[in-house]
Design a protein around this ligand. Structure first.
Ligand code: MOS
Length: 747
């Protein structure tokens, strides 16, 4: 057995759960069976602000099969204090408490849960629940609330507020020979994962529950349930084995979880509650926003001043926050910077993290503005980015642990053929079509979070690794299996990864692109610990050939532990376990941020995105014919699943550029396109060539594995690259996303 035979990290490995998913064997939260299962259907308010004055639930109660109708008048027991409802990633404010009172703060707010013995009966009965309201004035239109925007009084944990201004940005702007100041807007977007929110709460008796929930964090959701309902932690197990996409929408516990558990505890029965596609539009969204970016440069294009102000929507009950403008202080070198970020309250649910929250919209505005500036200076848009390269994070004055962005520019440009670009807008045509080429930089966090794992090696040489991570489609099952397999030189079939269960070793929610780095490193640490224990037992054996060896001298592969420099000196795992009278070896691994290192260093993922569009100017139709995304993300564990993450991000970025937006009738405070027919996400026909490049980047500081994470970087910079390409094609600048046909025709 050679040392390299079972090396899986770095190989384009198929998903270990792929077969289960495509054959329908992988079960999602709303698919688990339970004896005597009841079904809940949620009724939403029809007004956006006011109070319920009367509820008529009698017609619903008359429907055969209906067991109970819960409203704020007969809601089950739940915690009173706000803080009991706060989950790990909640923003400051008062978390939403379903059916807490008669007060309505957004359209579609749940006002009743109908529980019946069939889903059909529950849905039918739900349609018969009606309410009378005392209607108050509502506002869902951010523009009308811009003047009331405020700096959030309490900061959201984990989200850095904009840094203090540096230099004298106003004067530098005033004095600079070349300047622009532009307003941008990215309209509100909604997460549309394939799997809709669902919870199956299995009542096991005596307030003991097994809950199958669609969530990005089994332990976050489990903690919410125990806290809201005052249950013992050991009595609540929450499972999220498979998650059909989420994009951030399942970071926080959503209200179907509350409803399923509340009804289950009240009725002492198992209950399933799932949301309809339409109801998915009432659980949080990427905030609507207005942004102003002012940039000034010298005649060569060196940035002299950057000012970026953003106003974003939040709800009336929480101050949702994300880092929108901070990127403008660290993506490029500039001595004079002023960044501001404010919120405005609307009658909507609280916005919710959506893939690259903050960066996806903030970087879009900055990168469009920088493109505009490049034309003012008369310099190539890629060149202006290279020229203003930031070699440290100027917001915090910290060094980057690595930043292979120049390689992204170089390799991306080469693959795209950027050198063949004609600089003048409207100068590249093909028959009837105008062709445009645009570029953008992307940047996203590379976090290492606290995470724990166990590794269990059995006498037959098989390995099981466990951590309460989630796989929301990102490939977590697969990379954890690869990491375990490499540690013990095993084929993938001999390794089982256990994730998606609150009873497993502690894990953060699956988000922020940190899972591969954090849970992956924890699994590796656990494997190393198990290997060391195995080695100690091996060393202790009578006449051990490894008696004089140190742990650093040995490796494990092919069911044996052996000296690397003298592989003949070896012992079989089964022999060692037998001699030590062990069935298995189980050890723990833990990782977390290195606080000392964090005083000096900060970590980000970087990218360069190149876009080609073809525009039929008479019809206003834009086709994105090519995207090249070159990313610097540290070590790539699995080029296949990694590439898929970038592809998904790029597709969402194209959606942001051209398709996705919530359309609200502000007179009613209602989202009108709450379905996939009218809320457009890119379909296959919208997507043409996407090329993904991972540039070499070695980073020993970012995480023990050298991994940075890839879930979000693919979206950052894509919408701006497309918008910049549209300008290059047409000479028209649309600053209001998505760039739909009407806007392009009117521009
Ligand atoms: Mo992501 S928005 O942290 O799921």
């Amino acid at each position: 057995m050679s040392l390299t035979e079972n090396i899986h990290i770095g190989r384009p490995t198929n998903r270990v759960d792929g077969r289960l998913k495509v054959t329908g064997q992988a079960k999602y939260a709303a698919e688990y069976p339970a004896a005597d299962l009841l079904h809940g259907a949620i009724v939403g308010s029809t007004i956006a602000a006011g109070r319920i004055t009367a509820l008529n639930v009698e017609p619903a109660r008359q429907v055969p099969g209906v067991v109970e109708v819960f409203t704020h008048e007969n809601r089950g027991k739940a915690a009173w204090l706000d803080r009991s409802w706060r989950d790990e990633v909640a923003p400051p404010g008062h978390p939403f408490r379903p059916l807490h009172s008669d007060r309505i703060l957004f359209d579609g707010q749940p006002i009743a849960l109908v529980v019946a013995d069939s889903y059909e009966a529950a849905r039918d009965a739900a349609s018969l629940v009606s309410a009378e309201y005392e209607v108050r004035e509502h506002c869902t239109e951010l523009e009308r609330k811009r003047s009331e925007a405020y700096v959030p009084p309490e900061k959201r944990s984990g989200i850095p507020p904009p840094p203090d201004p540096r230099g004298d940005p106003e004067k530098a702007f005033e004095d600079a020979p070349i300047k622009i100041s532009r307003d941008y807007r990215v309209n509100a977007e909604h997460h549309n994962p394939m799997e809709m929110f669902g919870t199956t709460c299995v009542y096991e008796g005596n307030d003991k529950l097994t809950i199958y929930d669609k969530t990005q964090g089994s332990q976050n959701a489990q903690g919410y349930v125990t806290s809201v309902f005052g249950l013992k932690s050991k009595n609540v197990r929450l499972i999220n084995h498979y998650v059909g996409g989420a994009f951030g929408s399942a970071l926080r516990p959503q209200h179907q979880l509350f409803f399923a558990v509340m009804a289950s505890l009240e009725l002492k029965r198992s209950v399933r509650v799932s949301l309809t596609r339409s109801q998915m539009f009432h659980i949080g969204y990427r905030p609507d926003n207005y942004q102003t970016v002012s940039l000034a440069a010298d005649r060569e294009g060196r940035l002299r001043s950057i000012m970026h102000d953003a106003v974003a929507s939040t709800s009336h009950y929480e101050d949702y926050q994300e880092a929108v403008v901070n990127w403008s202080g660290m993506m490029y070198h500039c001595d004079n910077v002023k960044l501001s970020y404010r919120l405005a309250k609307l009658h909507t649910p609280t916005p919710c993290d959506m893939r690259a929250p903050g960066a996806a919209i903030g970087v879009t505005a900055l990168e469009c503005a920088l493109d505009e500036l490049s034309y003012e200076v008369g310099i190539d848009p890629l060149e202006i980015r290279r020229l203003n390269f930031a070699s440290k994070d100027e917001n915090t004055d910290k060094q980057f642990t690595s930043k292979a962005l120049h390689a992204c520019y170089r390799e991306g440009a080469a693959a795209f053929g950027w050198d063949k670009r004609k600089s003048v807008p409207r100068s590249m045509q093909d028959g009837h079509d105008l062709i445009g080429w645009g570029v953008s930089t992307g940047m996203w966090d590379a976090f290492l979070q606290k995470a724990e794992a166990t590794a269990k090696l059995s006498a037959d040489g098989k390995l099981e690794v466990s951590t309460a991570a989630s796989d929301i489609g990102t490939g977590t099952w697969t990379i954890l299996t690869q990491i375990g397999a490499d540690a013990f030189g095993l084929p993938l079939e001999d390794v089982t990864a256990r994730i998606g269960d609150s009873t497993l070793p502690t894990s953060p929610v699956e988000g922020g692109s940190w899972t591969a780095a954090s849970n992956g490193s924890a699994v590796q640490a656990a494997c190393e610990a198990a290997k060391e224990t195995l080695f100690k037992h091996a060393k202790k054996m009578a006449n051990s050939p490894l008696a004089d060896s140190e742990f650093e001298d040995v490796a494990v592969s092919g069911g044996c532990i052996f000296r690397i420099d003298d592989p003949g000196k070896r012992l079989a795992i089964s022999e060692i376990m037998h001699a030590a009278d062990l069935e298995e070896i189980e050890e723990e691994g833990k990782v977390g941020p290195d606080l000392l290192q964090m005083m000096k260093y900060i970590s980000y993922t970087h990218s360069a995105v190149f876009a080609e569009v073809r525009v039929d100017e008479e019809l206003g139709i834009v086709r994105v014919t090519r995207i090249v995304c070159a990313a610097a993300a540290g070590r790539i564990l699995n080029p296949k699943t990694a590439r898929s993450q970038i592809l998904g991000g790029v597709v969402m970025g194209i959606g942001m550029a051209l398709h996705e937006e919530a359309m609200t009738d502000h007179r009613l405070g209602k989202i009108m396109n709450h379905n996939l027919a009218e809320y457009h996400i890119p379909a296959h026909a919208d997507i043409e060539n996407i090329e993904v490049i991972f540039v070499d980047e070695h980073d020993e500081k970012v995480s023990p594995l050298g991994v940075k994470g890839l879930g979000e970087i693919g979206i950052v910079g894509t919408a701006s690259a497309v918008a910049n390409a549209i300008f290059h094609a047409t000479g028209k600048r649309v600053r209001d996303f998505p760039i739909t046909i009407d806007k392009l025709l009117a521009a």
